[in-house]
Design a protein around this ligand. Structure first.
Ligand code: SF4
Length: 401
């Protein structure tokens, strides 16, 4: 049954139990979501809100490279994978470079993983690039190079979760799936003064339920983009521009002057910080680099050998020990070279980099899956993690000096 036909019974003023549209990945046809809040918007208001939002989006949306490519499901897919947890303006150059390198799914499927990682370098979250590459191969072999226009079939591909599948199905195939990211949650939390923490997995389903209800089934792709755009450019985390907002007539947080109260968040502990020691080992004018295992954090990338500094040692000792354990070389530290700070999703690192001289031994790998004695060109040609990339320009300068 069409969701909108249910609206009159959904948006009554008192009940605490809502019916929401069938969630496609569930086997149950109807999901019940229990909420503490009273219901927030009447059917006519929902229609007016949609209309106001869509009009605003049509006039004010930003010109972004993927917005002219919505007829191309591959381009939509790539853009949405990149946009997860990454700011729009940061994504633009990566998206353009990636599409230039791999203009369609067949090019991507046939590419070497190393070239895919190189095109992705700087974006972080390298598992996404590996999954995208793997999924492209499956689409080519199983679907003849055409993205499946089915939520379930698309959802089954590596790296495709509810967000990506909903985004691609709605934007590229005009199917009625609501997209929920941080921007959407913030808008919903303020519109309806929702107390659900933004950063809690448990509340994600509830936001999804609200987004499904608000979604315009006539133009789901545009509507999803409009809500995300509103969150990104108007309903900002700090100082939302409510006077410019097409939703202010219905926004509870604005009307009650409590936009600073919403969204709620669970306070998390600060990220743990690890100390890392890394060696740039020279031999005959070349340096040793190793390749990480294909899976896991930074999988498939190249790096300089090294590892964690233990509690009872200094960084220099750790550098020598790690290189012996990892590649079986005995090295001597010549001098400290750089100190790099870098943040990942769940931890931060402080990395001490040392210039090293080989003393003895030959390379036997324990952990890495490959190695090279690399020249300057290789350091530009191979994909490296962001923390390594931060000191490579300084290293190249030293080489040419
Ligand atoms: Fe956000 Fe203000 Fe719009 Fe409410 S009125 S949705 S707080 S920008």
């Amino acid at each position: 049954m069409c969701l909108m036909k249910r609206l009159p019974c959904i948006f009554l003023d008192t009940p605490a139990v809502y019916l929401v549209r069938k969630i496609p990945i569930s086997n149950r046809s109807i999901k019940r979501i229990r909420m503490n809040e009273s219901v927030v918007m009447k059917p006519q208001a929902v229609k007016s809100f949609r209309k106001s939002l869509l009009r605003w989006y049509e006039r004010h949306h930003r010109a972004l490279p993927w917005r002219g490519l919505q007829h191309d499901p591959y381009a939509v897919w790539v853009s949405e994978v990149m946009l997860q947890q990454t700011r729009v303006q940061s994504v633009v150059p990566f998206f353009e470079r990636f599409l230039k390198t791999f203009p369609d799914i067949v090019h991507l499927a046939r590419a070497d993983l190393q070239d895919v990682l190189l095109a992705w370098e700087g974006m972080g979250y390298y598992a996404r690039a590996r999954n995208l590459h793997q999924a492209a191969k499956i689409v080519v072999s199983r679907y003849g190079g055409k993205l499946p226009a089915s939520f379930i079939d698309f959802y089954k591909l590596p790296g495709v979760g509810d967000y990506i599948s909903s985004a691609v199905m709605s934007i590229a195939f005009q199917q009625p799936y609501a997209v929920v990211d941080g921007n959407v949650k913030r808008v919903l939390a303020r519109l309806f003064e929702l107390d659900w923490p933004l950063n809690s997995a448990a509340s994600h389903k509830r936001f999804k339920g609200m987004a499904e209800i608000l979604l315009d089934p006539e133009v789901p792709g545009i509507f999803n983009q409009a809500v995300m755009e509103l969150g990104a450019v108007v309903c900002a985390i700090k100082h939302p521009l409510c006077r410019l907002c097409p939703g202010r007539t219905w926004c509870r947080a604005f009307l009650s002057d409590r936009t600073d109260v919403y969204p709620r968040r669970i306070q998390r502990n600060p990220l743990p910080e690890h100390r890392i020691a890394v060696g740039v080992v020279f031999k005959n004018g070349r340096v040793l680099i190793t390749r990480r295992k294909p899976e896991g954090l930074l999988g498939g990338l190249w790096e300089f050998p090294g590892g964690k500094v233990q509690a009872d040692e200094d960084a220099e000792t750790a550098c020598i020990r790690e290189i012996k354990e990892e590649v079986n070389l005995v090295v001597a530290v010549e001098k400290p070279f750089a100190k790099v700070k870098h943040a990942y999703t769940h931890f931060k690192i402080v990395m001490d980099v040392f210039l090293c001289r080989m003393v003895s031994g030959s390379v036997h790998l324990k952990g890495p899956v490959d190695y090279r004695w690399a020249g300057p060109d290789d350091l530009l040609r191979f994909p490296f993690p962001g923390a390594n990339r931060k000191f490579i320009p300084q290293l190249l300068g030293q080489w040419s000096a």
